[in-house]
Write a protein that binds this ligand. Structure first.
Ligand code: SF4
Length: 262
């Protein structure tokens, strides 16, 4: 049967990390709550997007005005959150300083042409995959070339040496480049930028990543990651990876019934 499977750009890394977890979340839709660290990231995304969109619209808000978007999303989350020992108020206290750090250290260095761009799906008939997703930002560099910029929050988003680990995001950035090019109808050829915002200290930095699209699509000698993703998904062999850093009840909806876990 000729079935096309949808794959979100942001889930591609998870497919290769633990195919069984990817299947549980994205095909079987097993119920799960969003962990609070991920929701902290979502709230920071909301605030920074509000700020950047206001700049793009020539109607610039102050960083604190834009932080209203953080308060709003924490009051009315669209997801079921596993709050643990945290509360919306305690997350607000963490999110707003990260947002302010972005507005003062990162935003002034960037020229965006799109904020939270919802992309048109892109179908690869030969691979029986449909790519979907929205990119955090499309930026313009000094030469006028367009590139993808993606905000990553987390305890280790930026190292103690102020370096952003970019490699693990290559597949996702490659998909964003294809999707944005398809939606924007313009070439995306500047390197992808990963904007790292640490949630456990005051570090913020930008890392650069080239060749994401090549890694995704491959070349005449090597299969790209999309090809491997297609083979994996359409084989139906969703094996587990008990060594995954996210192999726990907290992050995996399959954990209680998984035959692969340790
Ligand atoms: S419990 Fe571990 S091995 Fe099983 S699906 Fe979840 S992450 Fe993968």
């Amino acid at each position: 049967m000729f079935n096309i499977i949808k794959i979100r750009a942001s889930s591609l890394g998870e497919l290769f990390d633990c195919p069984a977890r990817w299947e549980a979340k994205h095909l079987l839709k097993m119920p799960r709550k969003t962990n609070v660290a991920a929701f902290l990231g979502t709230s920071v995304h909301a605030g920074t997007a509000k700020y950047d969109q206001s700049v793009l619209d020539n109607n610039k808000l102050s960083p604190m005005e834009a932080a209203g978007a953080i308060v709003d999303i924490l009051k009315n989350p669209e997801e079921d959150i596993d709050w643990g020992d945290d509360t919306p108020k305690s997350i607000e206290k963490k999110a707003i300083p990260i947002h302010l750090r972005y507005c003062s250290n990162i935003a002034p260095k960037m020229e965006y042409v799109a904020v939270e761009l919802t992309c048109q799906p892109l179908i690869f008939t030969d691979l029986r995959l449909e790519l979907t997703g929205s990119t955090d930002r499309v930026y313009k560099d000094k030469l006028g070339n367009l590139g993808i910029a993606d905000i990553k929050t987390g305890k280790t988003a930026v190292s103690s040496a102020n370096v952003v680990a970019t490699g693990k995001h290559a597949a996702q950035m490659g998909v964003y480049e294809l999707l944005a090019e398809h939606s924007f109808n313009q070439q995306i050829d500047a390197p992808a930028q990963i904007i790292g915002l640490n949630t456990s200290n005051d570090k913020a930095a930008i890392g650069t990543l080239s060749g994401a699209r090549e890694l995704l699509l491959g070349d005449e000698f090597n299969k790209g990651l999309l090809h491997r993703a297609s083979e994996l998904i359409h084989s139906g062999n969703f094996y587990g990876n008990p060594s995954s850093m996210l192999c726990s009840e907290k992050y995996c909806p399959r954990h209680s019934v998984c035959k692969f876990k340790k």
